[in-house]
Design a protein around this ligand. Structure first.
Ligand SMILES: *Cc1c(COP(=O)(O)O)cnc(C)c1O
Length: 364
């Protein structure tokens, strides 16, 4: 039935057992279903290394961007100002979201292949005393760059700011200890490293911070505080929830544990990524980023030459069982290959064999 595998960073290839959970119709206000929601919330806290005394989890309908917008409109009030650090399209989306909501914000932008600079951020925070919140994407899925979370965490603590991290494409795929890093809001979604199907996002929040958010939201459906208040009572979602997706996600969380937890998954992803990068390099495909900035989740590759036709390449590879991802850079020609999801070493080897064949055809 699976006619091809997705090498995209979400939706991604999921197991048949995760998909099977969606064959049952569940009732949103039934106890069995509410128990699933509560179990998911507890599991996510555990993955984040957070205690239920100090942290809580809110699930939010929609894709990941809905959860990001929900945090922004609820956690950042009209009296606040957020510093948005960006080096990619998802950071740019955060800026756009701030504009839509009408938030007070300041933007620190660096090139897509560069890390934000510690001294620059320190200067911004010293000079602009209005800043109350800092927001950054952890793994910028645009390029695959893994931004320096430790550095931002240190600065945020030093200056006493509220820290919001979009860890959409990294949470579940690498250890992120939310309390240790002093993250106040961590945002991710069902269809990335936890390997569920798309339909909702989730927010791991420091409860005390969340309690201050009442009445802030400019949106009814995206009100994180109200969503939490209702859900925290007994696991009932405020409005219709994606029941099939929620059940599948619960199963995906169980399978993450069965695999050996986040560290085992990280090792698998890293191994996938290394095989991919090493073999493609030999075939003439240079990664966009230098190695030390590269995350183990997704890699952007430069077109190997001027004649390279991505459409043709994409169709060739798709016809042989794998779907790649187009680039998202404006100034350079790239394409991307994700290696998360139900993807193993054998898939990477097979993919590279297919690409090797394509290169052979191309150079004839
Ligand atoms: C996937 C992703 C999002 C959310 O994108 P949606 O299309 O709304 O799911 C946000 N930030 C990052 C870094 C992502 O990878």
């Amino acid at each position: 039935m699976n006619h091809y595998k997705l090498l995209t960073p979400g939706p991604l290839t999921t197991t048949s057992t995760v998909k099977e959970e969606m064959l049952i119709d569940r009732c949103t206000w039934d106890t069995d279903y509410k128990i699933i929601t509560q179990k998911i919330r507890a599991d996510l806290l555990e993955l984040a290394g957070a205690s239920k005394e100090d942290y809580t989890v809110v699930l939010m309908q929609g894709s990941g961007s809905f959860a990001v917008e929900s945090v922004m409109t609820s956690a950042i009030s009209d009296q606040d100002k957020v510093l948005i650090i960006t080096n990619g399209a998802y950071g740019d989306r955060i800026v756009k979201t701030a504009e839509y909501i009408g938030l007070e914000f300041s933007e620190y932008r660096v090139a897509y292949n560069e890390y934000p600079n510690e001294d620059t951020i320190r200067n911004i925070l010293r000079q602009d005393l209005d800043i109350t919140h800092i927001m950054m994407v952890h793994c910028e899925t645009t390029t695959g760059i893994l931004n320096p979370l430790d550095m931002i965490s240190k600065l945020s603590k030093e200056f006493g700011k509220t820290l919001i991290i979009d860890a959409m494409s990294s949470f579940g795929g690498m250890e992120i200890n939310v309390p240790d890093l002093g993250i106040d809001y961590l945002i991710s979604s069902a269809n990335k490293c936890i390997q569920g199907v798309p339909g909702f996002g989730f927010v791991i929040a420091e409860t005390e911070k969340l309690l201050e958010c009442e009445g802030n939201s400019r949106s009814l459906s995206l009100d994180l505080f109200e969503q939490w208040k209702e859900m925290d009572r007994d696991g009932k979602w405020r409005f219709t929830s994606p029941t099939h997706v929620v059940a599948a996600f619960s199963k995906a969380l169980d399978e993450l544990v069965e695999e050996g937890g986040i560290s085992a998954r990280f090792t698998r992803y890293q191994n996938n990524n290394q095989i991919l990068r090493e073999r493609l390099k030999k075939l003439g495909f240079q990664p966009y980023l230098s190695e030390e900035k590269q995350s183990p989740f997704i890699t952007a590759f430069l077109f190997p030459n001027e004649q390279f036709d991505f459409e043709e390449f994409y169709t060739f590879v798709k016809g042989r069982g794998y779907v790649l991802y187009p680039g998202k850079l404006t100034d350079e020609d790239t394409f991307r290959i994700g290696n998360i999801g139900e993807i193993y070493q054998e898939d990477m080897e097979e993919l590279c064999n297919i690409i090797e064949k394509y290169v052979g055809v191309m150079t004839k």
